[in-house]
Write a protein that binds this ligand. Structure first.
Ligand code: ADP
Ligand code: ZN
Length: 211
C-alpha cells in the first residue's frame, strides 16, 4: 500500500489531484484543511483552539496539530491503505513525527510530490476558486454551474481565500513549509511535477512518476 505526501504552495492543485487519486486510484484523500474546517464547523474544543490560526492564514502550532493528526491516523487505521497526505506535514517537526508513526508500523512514505508553480498563477487561482459547502470539492473560477456536480451542494468561497490571507499563506509556505523540500530530498524520495499544466496532464505526470 502506498503513502504519498503532496507538497506545494496553496493553490498548486494538491487538493484537486488528491481528489482524483481517491476517485480513480483507490487512495484515501487525507485532507488536513478539510479535517480542520470540519472541527471548526462542528464547534469542537479543538475547533475553537485552531479557528484563529486558519482565519489568519497561520499554521496551527506543531504539537497541537501533530497530536490531532496522529490520533486521527490511529483511529482510522490508515496503515494498510493507500493514503495521499494533503496539507500534512507542513514542517520538519510534523514530518518526523509522521515518519516515526509509520515506521513503528513497519511502513514509510513512498514519495513526496512537489507540485511546482509560480506565485502569480496561484493568486489568480485562489482568488477565483470556489468550494462545495457540503462535500468540499474544489471548483476553478471558470466553472459555470451554480451547484456542485457531485452532491448539488451550494458553492461558496473559502473564508481564507481572500487576497490578504492568500498572501499570508504564500509567505508561510515560503518561510515555514519549504523546509520540507530539503527533508524529503535528503531521503531521496522527492519528485517534482510541473503544476502549470492542466489538471488532467498533472494527473498523468503523477501516475507516470509515482504509481
Ligand atoms: P491551503 O493549502 O490552500 O493553504 P489547507 O486547506 O491545506 O489550505 O489549510 C488551511 C489552513 O489550515 C492553513 O492555512 C493552516 O492555518 C491550517 N493547516 C492546515 N494544515 C496544517 C498543518 N499541517 N500544520 C499547521 N496548520 C495547518
Ligand atoms: Zn458537493
Amino acid at each position: 500500500m502506498k503513502k504519498l505526501v503532496l507538497l506545494g504552495p496553496p493553490g498548486s492543485g494538491k487538493g484537486t489531484q488528491a481528489e482524483i487519486l481517491s476517485l480513480k486510484e483507490n487512495f484515501v484523500h487525507f485532507s488536513t484543511g478539510d479535517l480542520l474546517r470540519n472541527e471548526i464547523a462542528n464547534r469542537t474544543e479543538f475547533g475553537k483552539q485552531i479557528k484563529d490560526f486558519l482565519e489568519k492564514g497561520l499554521l496551527v502550532p506543531d504539537e497541537m496539530i501533530t497530536d490531532f493528526i496522529i490520533e486521527y491516523i490511529r483511529k482510522n487505521d490508515l496503515y494498510n491503505k493507500n493514503v495521499v497526505f494533503d496539507g500534512f506535514p507542513r514542517r520538519n517537526f510534523q514530518a518526523k513525527r509522521l515518519d516515526d508513526e509509520l515506521n513503528s508500523h513497519g511502513i514509510s512514505i513512498d514519495k513526496a510530490l512537489l507540485i511546482d508553480i509560480d506565485e502569480k498563477t496561484i493568486i489568480e487561482r485562489l482568488s477565483s476558486r470556489l468550494i462545495c459547502s457540503s462535500c468540499n470539492k474544489i471548483f476553478p473560477g471558470d466553472y459555470e454551474e451554480e451547484l456542485c456536480d457531485i452532491c448539488h451542494g451550494k458553492l461558496i468561497k473559502r473564508t481564507d481565500d481572500n487576497i490578504d490571507v492568500i498572501k499570508k499563506r504564500i509567505d508561510v509556505y515560503k518561510n515555514e513549509t519549504s523546509e520540507l523540500l530539503d527533508y524529503y530530498l535528503k531521503k531521496g524520495i522527492l519528485v517534482k511535477i510541473d503544476g502549470k499544466k492542466n489538471t488532467q496532464q498533472v494527473f498523468e505526470d503523477i501516475k507516470r512518476m509515482v504509481l
